[in-house]
Design a protein around this ligand. Structure first.
Ligand code: TRP
Length: 435
């Protein structure tokens, strides 16, 4: 294990290692599975436009805010909230919500991660279903047969815990570097290929021809809610990753780069998925099953489809693993910081409990838990962070951590966003309850 630089806390080895790890957290199943079905069912371009604006106005400032909380305190969510608030119970409890949300989210995220690994196995062995009837049946069988899912779920969970137990540099940073770089190269290649398909033009129209009438309140809610999920905000992941930062780093730059990578990946994934779907004269509004049910038989019918399918599900697996790693890190680092337990025991201990709890989702529908843990709790967590930055941290501490002047207009803007605009938007989201 690599030695920590100061106060025994491990640090990232390099700025780009940190950026790739955070991008690895952000880029995940959300960019493929969640983004494509949400956009597909909610007017395409209308959803995408609101989503992009929301990344800009809410996502980036909140990501900076989470990194700041981590860097300022050198601690993970609960300990950081405790330190900044002067040990106030309410804040400790709000921090714990982030840990609980991570605990719950990872359970069902790993079940879907297991599906991806299973599809990768089928693609590699040339066993993907060849027509839509077989595909629907195959997915139905997998998602309703706990015994089948447990195998893949276990494999996925072991990979994730294995990476996290090796620590920040030798585990999280190292594997993110490898997996994310491969991922980005493969996805770019695949998107370029997708643009040569007959359905590409229609896909681009669907994604980028804005029709203002399609922007309904529901579309806005879903798009803003998805911003948190996609950028991994609201559970303390970016706080943990920020706590491993060395002194010298420009957080706004890093946050913008990470958010751009995440949004680009969602768009490229959309181009790939929708181009294929339109090329076969289908509509992209089939719901959550689009990646698992609609695509496999289409791959089977394409020239070179066997390879494309293998690459596609490998990318999905890489993206899912790097995100799951970051979710586990929240729980593990909570045990390390609050209870002073070693990384190895924290990681395997929390992984085992999450694993056992998550077994529920191999036999039950995940829609509701995705709505609560992947929706409400994230918004609540994000609200806590923005209020903490906007109302309890003095602006000169912010200026110091961001290495800027107190009266810098960008800092002022950032401060006011966190103090007023973002909390108001988030409270509206929570109250309207349609997430
Ligand atoms: N951002 C990841 C994705 O798009 C998922 C994810 C990672 C996440 N960490 C999270 C979602 C924390 C909610 C909360 O797939």
């Amino acid at each position: 294990m690599v030695k920590a630089v100061t106060n025994n806390r491990e640090r990232w080895q390099s700025k780009w290692g940190f950026i790739l790890a955070s991008a690895g957290s952000a880029v995940g199943l959300g960019n493929f599975w969640r983004f494509s079905y949400l956009a597909g069912m909610n007017g395409g371009a209308a959803f995408i436009l609101v989503y992009l604006v929301s990344v800009l106005v809410i996502g980036i400032p909140l990501m900076i805010a989470e990194f700041l909380v981590g860097k300022l305190t050198g601690l993970s969510i609960v300990s950081a909230f405790r330190k900044i608030s002067g040990n106030r119970k309410l804040w400790v409890a709000l921090g714990l919500i982030g840990v609980i949300a991570s605990f719950v989210t990872l359970g069902y995220y790993a079940v879907i991660g297991g599906w991806v690994v299973s599809y990768l196995g089928q693609a590699l062995s040339g066993n993907l279903p060849a027509d839509s009837v077989a595909s629907t049946a195959a997915f139905g069988l997998l998602s309703t047969t706990p015994a089948l899912q447990v195998v893949w779920y276990t494999l996925f969970s072991l990979i994730v815990a294995g990476i996290v137990s090796q620590g920040v540099r030798a585990g999280i940073e190292k594997y993110n570097r490898i997996l994310m770089l491969m991922f980005l190269v493969l996805l770019t290649g695949m998107a370029i290929y997708a643009l040569t398909l007959p359905g590409a033009r229609e896909a681009l129209g669907f994604m980028f021809k804005f029709d203002l009438n399609k922007i309904t309140p529901l579309v806005m809610l879903l798009a803003v809610g998805h911003t948190f999920f996609s950028l991994s905000l609201g559970t303390g992941i970016m706080i943990a990753y920020g706590s491993y930062l060395p002194k010298k780093i420009t957080l706004p730059f890093a946050s913008v780069v990470i958010s751009i990578i995440d949004a680009m990946v969602a768009l490229l994934a959309g181009i790939v998925i929708f181009s294929i779907v339109f090329s076969f004269g289908l509509l992209p509004d089939s719901g959550t099953g689009i990646a698992f049910v609609t695509l496999p038989p289409l791959f089977a019918a394409m020239p070179g489809g066997v390879y494309l399918a293998a690459i596609f599900f490998f990318m999905l697996a890489a993206a899912a693993i790097t995100s799951a790693v970051s979710i586990l890190e929240v729980v593990a680092t909570y045990l390390m910081d609050e209870w002073k337990i070693s990384r190895r025991i924290s990681t395997w201990g929390s992984a085992i409990f999450i694993y056992l709890f998550g077994l529920i989702w191999t036999a039950n529908d995940i829609t509701l838990v995705d709505k609560i843990a992947g929706g409400y709790l994230l918004v609540l967590g994000a609200l806590a962070v923005s209020l903490l930055i906007g109302w309890t941290v003095p602006i000169n501490s912010l200026a110091k951590t961001l290495q800027t002047k107190t009266n810098h207009p960008m800092l002022k803007g950032f401060y006011l966003l966190n103090r007023y605009l973002i909390p108001v938007i988030l409270i509206c989201l929570l109250v309207s309850g349609t997430l």
